[in-house]
Design a protein around this ligand. Structure first.
Ligand SMILES: O=C([O-])CC(=O)C(=O)O
Ligand SMILES: [Mg+2]
Length: 210
């Protein structure tokens, strides 16, 4: 087998400021998408696999052969506390890329969660342990572990480009991707969207009680 043409990333890639991650984490994904011209929203089939799961953190990107989780095992050696592991898995729904065991390991490492363009299993246990996972499907079928996989390349995730260090936000509506270099501007714009919607909603509720 020839060596891969692109090498894995250096795990030192730039992360956004925690302050801007914290600001985005407080906002609905819908407001953040609206603040980006309604773009940057991953395919709506990718959803939280347990109610109340939320994602907020810098992307640690993994490309994998569909249905194979070698790349996730390798990512757990390199990802940093607070990272969201983003897996471009070709949209495969036939094999779960992770479950409760990987979830438990991720908790030990402080991983903020997983965004999978692929499937997951052990969804109930992942909810019990509180490891946020967003995925395209849930299936009991297990993954292969042979690769190939690549860490840290730009990936397409649910139709949206993701670079290492972009900010991943997930909530009960789905996943949005905020480019790292625009994160502060997007946070400011999304806070304005949120404030405006909060005011408009209050006015609508006030109408009801007139
Ligand atoms: O078998 C695997 O690699 C995926 C899995 O179910 C787990 O992590 O619990
Ligand atoms: Mg399992």
């Amino acid at each position: 087998m020839s060596a891969p043409v692109l090498e894995d990333l250096d795990a030192d890639f730039p992360r956004p400021d925690q302050d801007v991650i914290d600001r985005l984490a407080k906002l609905p994904a819908a407001n953040i998408g609206d603040a980006m011209d309604r773009l940057g929203v991953a395919d709506s089939a990718i959803q939280a696999v347990w109610p109340g799961a939320r994602l907020a953190g810098p992307a640690f990107t993994v490309w994998t052969r569909p249905g194979d989780n070698q790349g996730i095992h390798r990512a757990l050696q390199l990802a940093r506390s607070g990272d969201v592991i983003v897996v471009a898995g070709g949209g495969d729904e036939s094999r779960a890329l992770l479950g409760e065991l990987i979830g438990e390991r991720a908790i030990n490492l402080g991983i903020a969660g997983f965004a999978l363009d692929g499937a997951v299993r052990d969804a109930e246990a992942l909810g019990e342990i509180g490891m946020p996972v967003f995925a395209r499907a849930i299936t009991p079928a297990g993954p292969y572990k042979n690769g190939p996989s690549r860490l840290g390349s730009p990936v397409a995730f649910g139709g949206v480009p993701v670079m290492p260090g972009d900010i991943i936000i997930g909530d009960s509506d789905g996943v949005v991707v905020v480019p790292r270099e625009q994160a502060a501007a997007v946070a400011e714009a999304a806070e304005a969207v949120f404030a405006d919607e909060t005011n408009r909603r209050s006015a609508i509720v006030a109408e009801r009680h007139k």
